[in-house]
Ligand binder design. Structure first.
Ligand code: GLA
Length: 431
């Protein structure tokens, strides 16, 4: 028999499904791999045969996603970015892949990833050229949508280089219509807001939610903590405009995950991944999965508690509650009256920084509520799964955060005992 709590979870999920339907895809933020940040536009396969943009690179990543456990954790997309195509369309005006670097073609690549249970994403640009100078989609929307559907594409990132404001206002909705007209369910990622400053009134988030499944709001990430923090701060500063835009089937996209590349430490990698979960962001890893540090992969990318927060069925984007010197406190409401809490610091002092907060300041309404805290990253410390300590709303909670580190908790209402919750969540996963 379903327990009361499980019935409640199912009911919430049903409501979400019924009230927010558009093209039915990306009900939770998409998860997978995307080539751009790590592999850029390297077309030199003579000197860089393993790292150039080629069908071999995407096959290698599909193999890793499948064989190394990524797919089991939900990372299902293998996404091609810029520089995959030939500089010329075919005589039928269709896009075609570069014949040297993709000798088997994109349809064969799609077959390869589909056979592993993965999905294939591709990159286009609604202007006259892509940002890297390859053919753009403007004027070819119908042909390109049909070509992508024919090849078996599952996600399209449509960039906005070489187009102006007026052209974008026509091109992005038009491509949405053409993709839907193909009858294939293709996740549609629009870079439109990033080209219009990311904020209303220049950006119409209501319209975006109706035509796109996700959208880049802001500038490109690069391989630095500075870039990660710049994005997080912009999200916090503009949260009142961004939070209402997000929900099942429609996500703000703060750009790729760079944890596992050259620059972030282990703590900084946790910081990015944890905050992307709080932000309900797409989890598109842009690292070399063939050589990625196993600790970063297993302890961070495969952390099922963080993934659970990211994939929460309510799809509510998190909010910054407080900035205190170099610490930030964020909260994200989860299904079943739970809350995900994150505290990170950029304090470089050299020893962990103390931080105190109360559950009351997270905006929880019921004054009688008490919560158990589950430590999401460090399950073996004092806030672990076996802890039966509960916190009243006004009780100060003091934690320590490592330099450039993050602490994350799932706050569970005490009325659902921890053991009951564990059973329910397990059953819920199997539905
Ligand atoms: C833009 C996008 C990047 C990437 C490049 C490709 O800069 O924002 O994510 O797709 O174009 O040229």
């Amino acid at each position: 028999m379903l327990s009361g709590y499980l019935r409640f979870l199912c009911f919430c999920t049903l409501i979400i499904y019924v009230s927010c339907y558009n093209n039915g895809v990306a009900r939770t933020p998409p998860m997978g791999w995307l080539s751009w940040e790590r592999f850029r536009c390297n077309t030199d396969c003579v000197n860089h045969p393993k790292n150039c943009i080629s069908e071999q690179l995407y096959r290698d990543m599909a193999d890793r996603l499948y064989e190394d456990g990524w797919l089991k954790h939900g990372y299902e997309f293998v996404n091609v970015d810029d520089c995959w195509s030939s500089k010329n369309r075919t005589t039928e005006k269709e896009l075609q892949s570069d014949p040297v670097r993709f000798p088997s073609g994109i349809a064969a690549l799609a077959d390869y990833v589909h056979e592993k249970g993965l999905k294939l994403g591709i990159y286009g640009d609604m202007g006259t050229l892509t940002c890297g100078g390859y053919p753009g989609t403007m004027g070819y929307e119908k042909i390109d949508a049909r070509t992508f559907a024919k090849w078996g594409i599952d996600m399209l990132k449509l960039d906005g280089c070489y187009s102006n404001e007026t052209e974008q206002a026509v091109g992005y909705p038009l491509m949405s219509k053409e993709l839907n007209a193909t009858g294939r369910r293709i996740v549609y990622s629009c870079s439109w807001p990033a080209y219009r400053g990311g904020l209303p009134p220049k950006v119409n988030y209501t319209l975006l939610g109706e035509i796109c499944n996700l959208w880049r709001n802001y500038g490109d990430i690069d391989d630095s903590l500075e870039a990660v923090l710049k994005i997080i701060n912009w999200w916090g500063d503009n949260q009142d405009a961004l939070i209402p835009a997000a929900g099942p089937g429609k996500w703000n996209d703060p750009d790729m995950l760079i944890a596992g590349d050259f620059s972030l430490s282990f703590e900084e990698s946790k910081l990015q991944f944890g905050m992307w979960a709080i932000l309900a962001a797409p989890l598109l890893v842009s690292a070399d999965l063939r050589i990625i540090d196993e600790k970063i992969r297993d302890k961070i990318y495969f952390n099922t508690e963080v993934i659970r927060v990211n994939q929460d069925p309510l799809g509510i984007q998190g909010r910054r509650i407080r900035t205190d010197h170099m610490c930030q406190l964020w909260v994200r409401p989860l299904v079943g009256e739970q809350q995900a809490i994150a505290v990170f610091t950029t304090e470089p002092y050299g020893e962990p920084t103390g931080f105190t907060f109360t559950l009351k300041e997270l905006g929880i309404q019921n004054p009688a509520a008490e919560y158990v805290l589950i430590d999401i990253f460090d399950t073996d410390n004092s806030f672990n799964h076996n802890s039966d300590k509960s916190y009243a709303l006004t009780e100060p909670i003091t934690i320590e955060v490592n330099p450039n580190g993050i602490r994350m908790f799932r706050a569970v209402p005490y009325k659902f005992s921890v053991s009951e919750l564990k059973v329910d969540v397990l059953e819920f996963d199997l539905l």
